[in-house]
Write a protein that binds this ligand. Structure first.
Ligand SMILES: Nc1ncnc2c1ncn2[C@@H]1O[C@H](COP(=O)(O)OP(=O)(O)OP(=O)(O)O)[C@@H](O)[C@H]1O
Ligand SMILES: [Mg+2]
Length: 409
């Protein structure tokens, strides 16, 4: 009854294990566009398969973190399978016990591939199958260990992921070798999700540019190359400068390397960088002290009521200086580079981030800040990245708390 709403490819991800000609496969690997229904169809299929074939067995359900798993998977379980199975979650043990209509009962352990302890925990168990949600974001050692635990006869591997770079180990070792490893490979596009409204599809498409558009919207494994941000003066240079709102300062600290700080005004769904202070000790031949930098921040604030100064988390001495003066409240910035870049890109695509024309160093860095090419993983070149970093700190530390903007993360 629940099946009628699945697309053809989703149906295949759900029922391949029960189809003539496909039962010889030892697992399934689904990659492709975001929001295409990979997780939903695989999780449903995984439970139907495991409950149909096993009783009294253990399975692994792995996500990036146990928290992400709960958000992505447990929600579906109740909605899609809650009528057919009794699902009991033990939060303290990170496990689910699922009982079927004929009394079959299996246990599903939840693992977070990026959680420190996960590797040790999974080493000790014997599994009849494992589902890896967003496998490309897990360490290779964890994925290999999870697969090695599947020693019960008839066990199968279920992987899904969004594409990364073409040098990624998951692509080279699993997707390109799917046939050799007897894995059924299904490639998803957004059209495979019948519930995705065309308007919403367009909205998702508008959030990404360049390699990330190709990966997340088109589902291609491609390199991040060229400029990191798609800065367009007509979209991103502020036409109006707000005169009221909430004010913040963000800082990337440097002594010989450049020091960059910007003051932001957040109002009416926009964050405008009003002006900035940028100083290169090396180029000017004069290194400033923390006291002088503090004076520069006071001048940058220009008497505006700044709520918080967000600072490069490694700048311990400068954070202490700001605290000692007691003029500003200060916070260490969140510093996950790739997640931050995604956030900033999305906010730029939505034209939430705006820059006053006098932010010359920001505008210059936008035209220079690039991806390192031919890398195994996505990496930015650590040059011309000072205003870029303080912008990222501001977005990841201040704007991510804003509900409207959080949806972009
Ligand atoms: N056949 C369907 N019927 C109803 N809702 C669906 C269907 N397929 C997917 N959805 C819904 O669409 C959204 C995206 O699905 P899902 O999370 O499975 O996609 P995904 O490919 O795993 O995305 P991501 O790559 O972002 O993790 C979810 O809210 C899901 O409930
Ligand atoms: Mg998913």
């Amino acid at each position: 009854m629940i099946y009628q709403n699945f697309s053809k490819r989703q149906m295949l991800a759900l029922t391949w294990w029960n189809r003539p000609g496909l039962q010889g496969y030892e697992g399934i690997i689904c990659d492709g566009a975001i929001r295409s229904g990979k997780t939903l169809s695989m999780v449903t299929g995984f439970f139907l398969w495991s409950m149909a074939h096993f009783d009294g067995c253990c399975f692994g359900l792995c996500g990036r973190t146990v928290g992400a798993l709960r958000r992505n998977i447990l929600f579906y379980l109740d909605a899609w399978l809650g009528q057919a199975f009794q699902i009991r979650e033990s939060r303290s043990e990170n496990k689910l016990v699922v009982t079927g209509p004929e009394g079959k009962r299996n246990t599903y352990y939840l693992f977070g591939g990026q959680d420190e302890s996960a590797y040790k925990l999974i080493q000790g168990v014997t599994l009849a199958g494992v589902l890896l949600d967003e496998a490309a974001l897990m360490p290779r050692s964890f994925v290999e260990q999870a697969c090695a635990r599947c020693s019960v006869p008839g066990s199968k591997l279920w992987f899904n992921c969004n594409p990364e770079g073409p040098e990624h180990w998951l692509y080279k070792e699993w997707i390109l070798k799917a046939r050799e490893k007897k894995l059924l490979h299904l490639h998803f596009t957004m059209e495979d999700n019948p519930a995705l409204d065309p308007q919403i599809r367009l909205r998702y498409a508008s959030l990404y540019t360049g390699a990330f558009y190709r990966r997340y919207i088109l589902g291609q494994w491609c390199m991040a190359e060229g400029l990191v941000y798609d800065f367009q003066p007509d979209k991103h240079i502020a036409k109006e400068i707000p005169t009221t709102g909430r004010y913040y300062i963000s800082v990337d600290y440097g002594t010989r390397n450049p020091f960059s700080a910007g003051i932001w005004c957040v109002s009416q769904g926009k964050a405008v960088r009003l002006r900035e202070f940028y100083h290169s000790g090396r180029e000017s031949g004069r290194m400033l002290t923390d006291e002088e930098y503090h004076d520069a921040l006071v001048k940058l604030a220009g008497g505006l009521p700044v709520e918080t100064v967000v600072v490069d988390p490694s700048a311990a001495s400068f954070i202490a200086t700001i605290r000692r003066h007691g003029v500003f409240s200060v916070r260490k910035a969140r510093n996950d580079v790739l997640a931050g870049i995604h956030l900033v890109s999305g906010l730029m695509q939505k034209e939430v981030l705006q820059f006053a024309p006098q932010c010359k160093d920001t505008i210059r860095e936008f035209s220079l800040y690039r991806w390192e090419e031919n890398g195994q993983t996505d990496r930015v070149i650590k040059e011309n990245d000072h205003a870029m970093d303080d912008i990222r700190y501001f977005c990841a530390t201040v704007l991510h708390r804003n509900k409207e903007m959080r949806r972009l993360e």
